[in-house]
Design a protein around this ligand. Structure first.
Ligand SMILES: [Ca+2]
Ligand SMILES: [Ca+2]
Ligand SMILES: [Ca+2]
Length: 281
């Protein structure tokens, strides 16, 4: 395993500079420009059903399809029990996967369920095939949970050679992705993307040094604080390593995140839900 120490100052996205046409020698950004996102957008056939999440969730759900006639109160109580069971289940996943569950009502917890995806998926445009779940305890101590069906946690080959760092010293930039585990974020603003979440510490990113699109190279290099959460495109994930959601989904995500005011801290725990072997045909 090669661990490269990079000057982190050069990793921070140069978001104020929208004319990045000349000096790319140290361009390690994980944040493509808004124009890049818009270039490939067309009308979107999207349905953010939660079926997959509900499948994942079934272990924590109460039985449905009962033929009994329930009062509204009973239904509400059942939903609350299901909600709380789901909350406890996902909190358990956070804590079992290296995460810290933040309990204050002004903090949020995000669990990322990554389906490992080759960077060349969807003609190099990436795929929103990962899931996220947001958990928090509100001011009354009530368990709150929200689901996001279409999210992305990996870079796409669209940015191959343009973004990343040269982790193995062969002269070619290597795309990076967030490793599984835990990282904390705070709310920020981006000139390119608007509302974003920024990591509070450097990301020790996995690197695709053999450029086959898979992150099984056992190579790492810092991405500094460049791997943020930001909106992607509709038909492209728009990620060179950032966590992205389609614009509409991102709006919902942000509304949920800030519905009680801007959170003081956001914990993000990422886990893989498949292996590369399972992912290949
Ligand atoms: Ca994926
Ligand atoms: Ca390289
Ligand atoms: Ca690789």
């Amino acid at each position: 395993m090669t661990v490269s120490t990079i000057n982190t100052n050069s990793q921070v996205p140069n978001e104020q500079n929208t004319n990045q046409s000349t000096t790319h020698t140290q361009n390690q950004q994980a944040t493509p420009t808004q124009n890049e996102l818009q270039n490939n957008e067309a009308s979107r056939n999207s349905h953010h059903g939660l079926q997959n999440l509900q499948n994942v969730n079934s272990i924590a759900s109460t039985q449905e399809g009962d033929t009994y006639t329930l009062s509204d109160l009973q239904i509400a109580e059942q939903r609350q029990v299901a909600n709380d069971n789901s909350f406890d289940y996902y909190r358990g996943l956070i804590e079992e996967n290296g995460g810290t569950f933040l309990e204050s009502s002004d903090q949020r917890n995000i669990l990322g369920l990554r389906c490992e995806t080759n960077t060349t998926e969807n003609d190099n445009q990436g795929a929103y095939d990962d899931k996220m779940i947001m958990l928090w305890l509100d001011e009354d101590g009530k368990k709150q949970i929200r689901y996001y069906e279409s999210t992305n946690t990996e870079p796409s080959a669209r940015y191959e050679g343009k973004y990343g760092v040269d982790a193995d010293g062969d002269g070619k930039k290597d795309l990076g992705r967030m490793p599984v585990g835990y990282q904390e974020y705070t709310v920020g603003k981006s000139a390119k993307f608007g509302d974003v979440l920024r990591p509070t510490s450097d990301t020790h990113a996995e690197r695709d040094t053999d450029h086959d699109g898979d992150f099984d190279d056992e190579e790492f290099a810092s991405a500094g604080k460049s791997m943020i959460f930001h909106p992607g495109g509709n038909n492209m994930t728009g990620s060179a390593g950032c966590q992205t959601l389609p614009p509409d989904e991102y709006d919902t995500f942000w509304e949920d995140l800030t519905q009680d005011g801007s959170p003081s801290l956001v914990g993000y725990t990422l886990m893989n839900t498949n292996t590369l072997d399972e992912n290949s045909d």
